[in-house]
Design a protein around this ligand. Structure first.
Ligand code: GAL
Length: 338
């Protein structure tokens, strides 16, 4: 089928779309901001699986963290005759031109993970967004710290009644970094903790950067001054744990040398770190349901059918949004996600 679609001139795509009634007529072109991202790799794998389950074809390309490259990839997909696009933008503020490209071809476009401005999505009736509300994961991270300090008053190592914490943030400008940071702080305050940030930096979702930034904070503040670490994702949390381990902390072997660390995503290595007693908790960023929902929308829209909660099997809000909930993960329930 792919060859047939490829051979079609863009001008006759519409006719083809209305004629095509079978799932196998779907050819989804998908750009991922970069393949080298742990959580998005999970989404990507689940998109492939969801497409296979539907008998739809999907082509995934690596935008290598470059928006101009992604724009070219979208042009190539359009020339090729894809029936829908799934885009994980490099720069979510650059989604406008991509929506325009899709609109010019009457092509459905589903954004994932990096949310374009509402006005951009509202400008095209076949533009959608699948994601998770970052406020929820931020709140869960803060609540995990609150619960820990209520159960372990001795974790206030200097006994000053204030939790001195480090915050490792994702990429600047990413809604998940901004909102998770804001809401984890809010949840700690709402939970009755007195808090003080003693270090805060962007580590761009990256384990190595998380490690290096944490090392810097350990050097500048001293390990004894650090009472909690909140990271906007698991890779940065795991990087921070590596830095703590090199100080003899969070090895999972000595309960007196432990600093609570929380992340977001519930990746396999993070679940393992929770199992080993090296990490306090995280939230499930549901790659399976995010990937599946995006592919279902693309498939239904490719066939020219109405995208509704019923047709995609996920609750559709305002005709364009699918929100997948986060789930709190800690030592009590991590096994459910392994
Ligand atoms: C976040 C996720 C991060 C990273 C980022 C990429 O939702 O928590 O680990 O994958 O998306 O945009």
């Amino acid at each position: 089928m792919k060859k047939t679609v490829t051979a079609l001139a863009a001008g006759v795509m519409l006719a083809t779309l209305s004629m095509s009634a079978q799932a196998s007529d779907t050819l989804i072109g998908s750009c991922i901001y970069k393949f080298d991202d742990t959580f998005m790799t999970g989404v990507r794998n689940n998109m492939e699986k969801a497409a296979a389950d539907l008998g739809a074809e999907i082509e995934l390309v690596d935008s290598q963290n470059r928006q101009p490259a992604q724009n070219d990839q979208v042009d190539t997909f359009i020339t090729k005759g894809v029936t829908a696009l799934i885009i994980n933008p490099v720069d979510r503020s650059a989604a406008g031109p991509l929506v325009e490209k899709a609109k010019a071809e009457n092509l459905p476009i589903v954004f994932v993970n990096r949310e374009p401005e509402k006005s951009i999505l509202d400008g095209y009736d076949k533009a959608y967004y699948v994601g998770a509300r970052a406020e929820e994961s931020g709140t869960i991270g803060g609540q995990l710290i609150v619960e820990y300090f209520k159960a372990h008053p001795e974790a206030d190592k200097n006994g000053d009644g204030v939790v001195q914490y480090i915050l490792l943030k994702g990429e600047q400008g990413h809604q998940d970094a901004t909102l998770r940071s804001e809401y984890c702080v809010k949840a700690m305050i709402d939970g009755g903790l007195k808090i003080q940030a003693i270090g805060e930096d962007n580590a761009n979702w990256d384990k190595v950067q998380g490690h290096d930034k944490m090392k810097n904070f350990i050097t500048s503040q001293g390990i004894d001054a650090i009472e909690a670490v909140l990271a906007n994702n698991d890779d940065m949390a795991l990087g921070a744990i590596e830095a703590l381990k090199s100080e003899g902390y969070n090895t999972g072997k000595d309960a007196t040398k432990y600093i609570p660390v929380v992340g977001v995503d519930a990746t396999a290595p993070a679940l393992q770190a929770i199992a080993n007693g090296q990490m306090l908790g995280t939230s499930l960023n549901d790659a399976k349901n995010q990937g599946t929902a995006a592919v279902r929308i693309a498939d239904v829209a490719s066939k020219g059918e109405a995208v509704t909660s019923e047709s995609i099997g996920y609750k559709l809000t305002d005709g364009k949004y699918v929100w997948i909930p986060y789930v709190k993960v800690n030592a009590e329930n991590y096994k459910d996600f392994m």
